[in-house]
Design a protein. Structure first.
Length: 606
């Protein structure tokens, strides 16, 4: 049986951008322009009109911008997002009866068809009286058609449900990160003193591993020893002790007031504090006594410590998300995050989110950001692509990546193409190293390897990170074949200060990143052809070209092929922003000669 009310005859298909059919929002940052495209068509020969209707979070009134036909049923339009939070948009289309009638008349007049009485009578009925009160003629109808066609919306069709855009502040997309252990810098007071210098080096975010009390039961010793010696501080990820749990600070680092003063100082100098949110406890955490139901016990009543074979974490217990009081656990974890937001923290690095339920993260992030949309969550999930991308879709503003393990030209090219396929919802943060990851490339490549990786991270991605020690070329593993550092800072305090020989390059790269908008986005990266397996080249927009010698052991020569659409032909000037040297490049083949681990960071146009 046919429907009682015939559905609209206009088809709206392939609306972009969208993620998984609209199940998840696309990501943008404040001030971005959202480009919307759709296939819009109808049976017959009627002329159509279309708009994109949009509204920011918390408002009911729709705003709209026109969609323009590009040919072959493809339409395009755009709108700007100027508030944080979840925006909605829909595509709406209708038959422009006025333009359709005029088009039919024009074609018949062009064909010299003399009898247009019927068509003219249709026009009089459709257009009605002109502003002067008379029936008017075709010229009057042309003047009225544009307004009437926009108002009439005959046969209107619209998307069944709105699509969404999750709008973050700029720091969710662009920023330079520095990771440090506060106990190696003199606690919160020492970090506070270092923040102005970190800001001068161009760092936007300082990430602190967990700042909470550390348990004593099963405390790890130096180099992950099973038995701690007197004075060993333990791993910050073994959270909880007599001084409190996830909402407390380690008294060895300072007081809550000193923490808040450090956060405020960072805000003053433009260097935000990020803290670690790790959902795990030491055996001494207050929750084990207050909420034993939140933990999984063996039949003999004992708790199983955390493991990620071959790694073992005897000082850590995981919570049980299948607990009978799962609701209470969820709320307690949400309350922990809110406590730190209330203390001024707006950025959280989340430890191993892929080992916790995805619905939990979708709920928690939405709940926190409904009260403060400036809050940013960074996902530290080194796992399979499906989980990594799903975490990004449900709300994580940034994500760690496989970058530390991608070191050859082929690996990096494949990696870049992978990330470009996720660019609507996945924002990469390319950490060159972490407290857990010292790649073989750095172990064996020496300072040249560190320079190459730094340039790659800082120019490929708008967000990148450095763990302290990198600037000192720290590259000694715990043992052969291990990615752990010898004398890992996870288990002992060091005496750190900002005097590493790599810092001048860090400072210059961060200066360039802030000055060059092309380096503040990821979706504009385009691989360029080179012939040598050790030389990687890529453009960022039509403003920057980066060339890196991936071989830290030998100089390399090659040619970089610039495509014709670069916009400067046949020759154009370029300037290496790292050295100030000027060259003449051309569309086509351009010679480069690079020292071991060396780079060019070329500004096109001089």
């Amino acid at each position: 049986m046919p429907p009682k009310q015939p559905p609209p005859r206009i088809q709206i298909q392939n609306v972009r951008p969208q993620v998984d059919g609209g199940r998840y929002p696309v990501k943008r940052t404040w001030g971005d322009r959202v480009e919307v495209t759709a296939d819009i068509f109808k049976d017959g020969h009627d002329l159509l009109r279309a708009v994109v209707k949009y509204r920011p979070a918390g408002t009911r009134k729709w705003l709209e911008r026109p969609l323009e036909p590009l040919g072959n049923d493809l339409w395009r339009g755009e709108f700007d997002v100027t508030e944080l939070g979840r925006w909605q948009f829909v595509v709406e289309a209708w038959v422009d009866r006025y333009a359709t009638l005029l088009d039919e008349l024009d074609r018949k007049i062009a064909a010299e068809q003399a009898d247009l009485a019927s068509e003219l009578s249709e026009g009089k009925a459709l257009f009605g009286p002109t502003p002067s009160g008379g029936p008017g003629g075709i010229d009057d109808w042309r003047r009225a058609a544009s307004v009437l066609g926009a108002q009439d919306r005959y046969g209107k069709a619209c998307l069944a449900a709105p699509l969404e855009v999750d709008v973050d502040r700029e720091r969710a997309r662009f920023g330079s990160w520095y990771e440090l252990f506060p106990r190696s810098w003199g606690g919160f007071k020492g970090v506070e003193k270092a923040l102005p210098e970190l800001a001068e080096l161009g760092f936007d975010v300082v990430y602190l591993p967990p700042v909470h009390p550390i348990g004593t039961t099963n405390r790890k010793g130096k180099n992950n020893a099973l038995v701690a010696k007197e004075g060993d501080p333990g791993s910050p990820w073994a959270i909880g002790g007599p001084a409190g749990g996830h909402d407390a600070v380690n008294p060895e680092l300072g007081s809550v007031r000193e923490f808040e003063r450090m956060v405020a100082r960072g805000r003053e100098v433009g260097c935000e504090i990020c803290i670690d949110f790790a959902i795990q406890t030491s055996p001494d955490h207050p929750w084990l006594e207050a909420h034993p139901e939140w933990f999984n016990r063996r039949p003999d009543g004992t708790l199983k410590y955390a493991e990620n074979p071959p790694k073992k974490y005897q000082d850590i217990y995981n919570v049980n998300f299948d607990s009978e009081d799962a609701e209470g656990l969820w709320q307690a974890l949400r309350d922990v995050v809110q406590v730190w937001v209330d203390r001024g923290v707006k950025v959280f690095r989340v430890d191993n989110p892929h080992t916790k339920p995805v619905p939990f993260w979708e709920w928690l992030i939405a709940d926190i950001r409904s009260r403060d949309p400036e809050v940013i969550f960074l996902s530290e999930a080194f796992t399979r692509p499906a989980m990594m991308t799903t975490l990004a879709k449900v709300g994580f503003a940034q994500s760690y990546t496989y970058f530390t393990w991608k070191n050859t030209k082929a690996e990096l090219a494949e990696f870049i193409e992978l990330l470009l396929g996720w660019e609507q919802y996945y924002r990469p943060n390319l950490f060159v190293n972490t407290q857990d990851i010292l790649h073989e490339y750095l172990q064996e490549g020496g300072p040249a390897a560190f320079r190459a990786r730094l340039v790659l991270a800082a120019t490929l991605s708008p967000a990148y990170g450095v763990y302290s020690g990198f600037e000192h070329f720290e590259n000694v593993p715990l043992r052969a074949g291990s990615e752990e550092y010898i004398d890992s800072e996870k288990y002992e305090a060091k005496r750190r200060k900002l005097d590493g020989p790599l810092l001048p390059l860090v400072r210059r790269l961060n200066e360039i990143r802030r000055a060059e908008p092309a380096l503040q986005r990821f979706e504009n990266v385009e691989l360029l052809m080179t012939h040598n397996e050790h030389v990687l080249a890529y453009a960022k927009g039509r403003e920057i070209v980066v060339v890196v010698n991936l071989d830290p052991t030998a100089p390399r020569e090659d040619v970089v092929v610039v495509p014709p659409d670069v916009g400067f032909a046949p020759e154009f000037p370029v300037t290496d922003l790292l050295t100030g040297e000027a060259y003449r490049w051309r569309v086509g083949r351009n010679y480069v000669g690079l020292a071991p681990g060396g780079s060019h960071l070329m500004k096109i146009g001089g």
